[in-house]
Design a protein around this ligand. Structure first.
Ligand code: SF4
Ligand code: SF4
Ligand code: SF4
Length: 434
């Protein structure tokens, strides 16, 4: 019987590439990276989804540089920041949130231990000079961002050493002086002059104001008691139309006077001071390049999410610009692709060499633990090249770009079924009308 049935074996003599099935499509998938809620909640606007992605791969220097794009104080913030980012982490709704600040501390300590030097984008010289009054986290952050934007900067401090509240009002068991000194040294690498033990008085301000295009007043009330700055003066400048930003006030000059910190904002945390220093630096640059009318609108285009967090990388035209401003919610994560895993770095679970349980602030994690913890991150809104889109596509219409390794859609053959978009674990794709 078997011999009586002729066997027909289907056989293709060429590929089906010539069949342009893409013309059947009425929906179109596209790569569409978005923002993570942790990044939007971080006052400094750090690109946490990317930091975790790099850490998960052991790329610690790159991860540290990604922090520095937005925040020059990771060793400090990894210790003293109250980490509002973690309270918004999408993974909290799945099992436990990512311990973002512990990883931040690990990356900063690893960078200091290995003597890493950051390679960050800088603008050409703007041929302008700014005086910064106060060398606390606010003034130093402003100088760091101004230097990167191409400004010459002189920082003046009334105390004998820089650091402000971090040096003189933070207990050493929360922030060791050696850590602070190392981080300030790193920040100074941006290229600005620092003059300590300068009484920041009205006479001093009068003496220097002619030599600068702008003066940033970033000292706390204790450091600037003698300055001609009162709440009433700030309010009257505001009434006269000076751009009021979320943490600073810019009064057109010459010289332009920028009020930051306690003079313009009531929020006190290192991350907020970094945010204010960044806002003032970007605001000043917009003012000098385009005039006062452009300041608020251009700053708006650098927001990370719906809140006040700003991105220097976006302002400088980096890859983050291309991301959609939508903030990915937990309901938009495809949790089928993740497994339950408790956080790695848990205070109370780790033991130090003597067998004692270290306090949370003393928590140290190994490189392996940092990678493992970062691997728990969903990388909300960010393509981490997991390849789900390519593997699930029934039409082999997702291809890898040679060289960059980026995933691309072959629209000649994509039929628009949307499977890739649904199966992307982290909502880095969107489906729209063709
Ligand atoms: S899972 Fe990762 S990217 Fe998503 S919110 Fe948490 S830390 Fe941010
Ligand atoms: S499925 Fe993976 S590779 Fe594809 S877009 Fe999403 S994150 Fe990127
Ligand atoms: S799974 Fe393939 S065919 Fe379907 S929309 Fe995505 S790329 Fe197109």
């Amino acid at each position: 019987m078997k011999d009586l049935i002729s066997l027909f074996v289907p056989h293709s003599s060429s590929t089906t590439e010539s069949n342009k099935t893409g013309s059947w499509r009425f929906l179109r998938p596209r790569y569409d990276e978005k923002r993570a809620p942790c990044c939007a909640a971080c006052p400094a606007g750090e690109d946490i989804a990317r930091i975790e992605m790099l850490t998960a791969r052991g790329l610690f220097k790159e991860a540290w540089e990604t922090i520095l794009e937005e925040n020059p104080f990771p060793a400090v913030c990894g210790r003293v920041c109250f980490h509002p980012c973690e309270t918004k982490c999408n993974r909290r709704e799945f099992d436990e949130g990512i311990t973002i600040h512990v990883i931040e501390r690990f990356l900063a300590d690893t960078a200091a231990r290995n003597g890493f030097k950051p390679r960050l984008k800088r603008f050409e010289s703007r041929n302008r000079k700014v005086a910064v009054l106060g060398a606390g986290p606010l003034g130093l952050a402003a100088a760091w961002f101004l230097a990167r934007l191409g400004y010459g900067c002189d920082v003046f401090e009334s105390a004998p050493e820089p650091g402000g509240v971090l040096r003189y009002a933070t207990p050493a068991n929360r922030l060791p002086v050696s850590v602070l000194n190392a981080e300030i040294e790193q920040v100074r690498g941006a290229g600005f002059a620092l003059y300590c033990a300068k009484p920041l008085t009205k006479a001093f301000l009068e003496e220097i104001r002619g030599g600068y295009d702008a003066v940033f007043i970033g000292c706390g009330k204790s450091g600037g008691e003698g300055l001609p700055v009162t709440g009433e003066e700030v309010a009257s400048a505001e009434r006269e139309g000076a751009p009021r930003l979320s943490g600073s006030l810019i009064v057109p000059g010459p010289p332009v006077i920028v009020y930051g910190g306690v003079f313009a904002s009531h929020i006190k945390s290192v991350a907020h001071e970094v945010a204010t220093g960044k806002e003032a630096a970007i605001g000043l640059d917009i003012l000098f390049q385009k005039g006062p009318e452009a300041v608020l609108q251009d700053l708006e285009s650098c927001r990370v999410g719906d809140g006040p967090s700003l991105s220097m990388e976006i302002y400088m035209g980096g890859p983050r610009c291309a991301r959609n401003r939508h903030v990915v919610a937990f309901s938009e994560i495809n949790i089928d692709h993740f497994q339950f895993a408790p956080k790695v770095a848990q205070p109370g679970l780790l033991r130090d060499e003597s067998g004692a349980t270290p306090a949370e602030i003393d928590l140290r994690i190994s490189a392996g633990m940092a990678e493992k913890e970062a691997q728990r991150c969903f990388n909300c809104g960010l393509c981490n090249q997991c390849d789900n889109c390519r593997l699930y596509c029934p039409d082999l219409a997702v291809v890898i770009e040679s060289g960059s390794g980026k995933r691309l859609i072959d629209y000649d053959h994509c039929k628009g079924c949307g499977i890739c978009v649904v199966e992307c674990p982290r909502n880095a794709m969107s489906l729209e009308k063709n």
